[in-house]
Design a protein around this ligand. Structure first.
Ligand code: MN
Length: 221
């Protein structure tokens, strides 16, 4: 089989005084290292071009970034929610819908677990430190590849199979997390304070795995 083409959801950012679009290179390098051909999907395309942009793709990687607008899960915008991007929210919801309809494998990272949970009907904590205080710092400001807290994975889960372990330490830079898990998702990873760190589709369904940490920053390992 030729190398699978993997759509990687991108961002729009101000950089050197210009509006630019792209994605953290670590995602692109990780897909390459895993034998895939990464294809960056810019939110500038908009939801109406999501299906066309995904023609010929074999999988979807939903990446980290902005907080999702709480209106998408029926909540008021908290002052502690970081500024959301409507452009990105709507584009990624469209990408997810297309990938599901085409039964493509989907990996969600950080914002990706949150996006998938919201798309499937779940809710989020808008700010963990104030809404769900714990002894574990989920956004300690450490190096991108510093493993700062433990995660336990359910034996036999996709996450455990993919990583070949049920106990690991992960990097962590998120201030939001899954609150109410969507119907259709199964929680398969938790930090020691009980925050959901991995969620996936049921075993019989198309491959769908989402994690709250950032494996792309550790692909060299
Ligand atoms: Mn964490």
């Amino acid at each position: 089989m030729s190398a699978p083409r993997i759509g990687v959801s991108g961002v729009v950012r101000q950089w050197d005084g210009n509006e630019r679009t792209g994605v953290n290179a670590a995602y692109v390098r990780s897909v390459l290292a895993a034998g895939g051909v990464p294809v960056i999907l810019s939110p500038v395309l908009g939801p109406s071009f999501a299906a066309r942009a995904m023609d010929g793709l074999d999988g979807l990687l939903l990446t980290g970034g902005e907080d999702i607008h709480p209106a998408l899960y029926g909540a008021e915008l908290s002052p502690r929610c970081y500024p959301p991007s409507r452009e990105r929210d709507l584009f990624e919801l469209a990408l997810f819908a297309v990938a599901r309809q085409r039964e493509l494998p989907i990996l969600g990272i950080c914002r990706g677990i949150q996006l998938v949970n919201v798309a499937m009907g779940g809710t989020l904590y808008q700010d963990l430190p104030t809404e769900r205080p714990s002894d574990i710092a989920h956004d300690p400001g450490s190096a991108r590849d510093a493993r700062t807290h433990a995660v336990r994975l359910a034996a036999g889960s996709r996450a455990a199979q993919a990583l070949g372990a049920t106990e690991l330490r992960v990097n962590s830079f998120h201030h939001q997390a899954v609150d109410r898990l969507a119907p259709g998702l199964v929680a398969t990873g938790w930090s020691e304070d009980g925050v959901i760190e991995a969620a996936e589709g049921p075993a019989e369904a198309t491959w769908l795995l989402t994690v709250q940490w950032h494996p792309e920053e550790m692909h060299a390992e």
